[in-house]
Design a protein around this ligand. Structure first.
Ligand SMILES: [Zn+2]
Length: 228
């Protein structure tokens, strides 16, 4: 009981921390620092750099068709521009989520769905508003809808968990020796960290304590979803 309360307390603290400088309902100006993937970016705001997820949408995961195309579109539409972040609360993995309003007042999130480069999320009010655009894109076979049987990112992530057998996955030697409660894995030069055996890992990955991943501001992979 006590442990549970402490856990709830630390979760709320984490939410408060991530939400710092990003009040609900607010619009703040931001510039792009880096596109992580089709639905998450690092942005520079007056309060410092923030990782945000694009509210209401689910973009193809790394390794899925159109992942690179969607990421490129996000880059094309946001780089060297000042845009507004319209706060949409906290996403399911605890990151601040926002609608990105571009200089021409259009919504980046909406554009991606309309172009067939992302799915509308049914678990979000904003996503439900985008649903007709997704249906339209599907009818017109735009973007990822060129394949009518395209796997959703959720299906892809679930499959990723199932096939992440440690035996054939690239794992680091030093992680075993670390006397730490939790080791995560990083490819040299990459900014994502993973659980052991994540399918996104392409080459050699080295293990490091979760704490070190945090200190180096590495980003939790959205496929294997390590703790953060
Ligand atoms: Zn991963």
């Amino acid at each position: 009981m006590k442990g549970r309360a402490a856990l709830a307390g630390s979760f709320l603290f984490m939410v408060a921390l991530l939400g710092a400088g990003f009040p609900a309902q607010a619009e703040i100006a931001a510039r792009l620092v880096r596109v992580i993937d089709g639905d998450s970016l690092v942005v520079r705001t007056p309060e410092g750099n923030r990782i945000i997820s694009l509210a209401g949408i689910d973009a193809p995961e790394t390794g899925q068709p159109f992942a690179a195309r969607t990421r490129q579109e996000v880059l094309n539409l946001t780089r060297q521009k000042t845009f507004l972040l319209r706060s949409a609360g906290i996403d399911p993995v605890g990151r601040p989520s926002a609608e990105v309003i571009l200089p021409d007042q259009s919504s980046l999130n909406q554009k991606l769905v309309a172009a067939g480069l992302a799915w509308a999320r049914e678990d979000s009010a904003l996503g439900r508003r985008f649903k007709p655009l997704e249906e339209n894109a599907r009818r017109e076979k735009r973007g990822l809808w060129a394949d009518p049987k395209v796997q959703t990112p959720k299906e892809f992530r679930q499959q990723g968990r199932v096939i992440s057998a440690p035996a054939k996955a690239p794992v680091a030697q030093n992680a075993q020796k670390d006397n730490v409660p939790f080791a995560v894995f990083v490819e040299p030069g990459h900014s994502l960290y993973h659980l052991r055996g994540c399918r996104v890992i392409r080459g050699e990955a080295f293990g490091l304590p979760l704490q070190m991943a945090r200190e180096n501001k590495l980003i939790p992979c959205s496929v294997c979803r390590p703790p953060f």
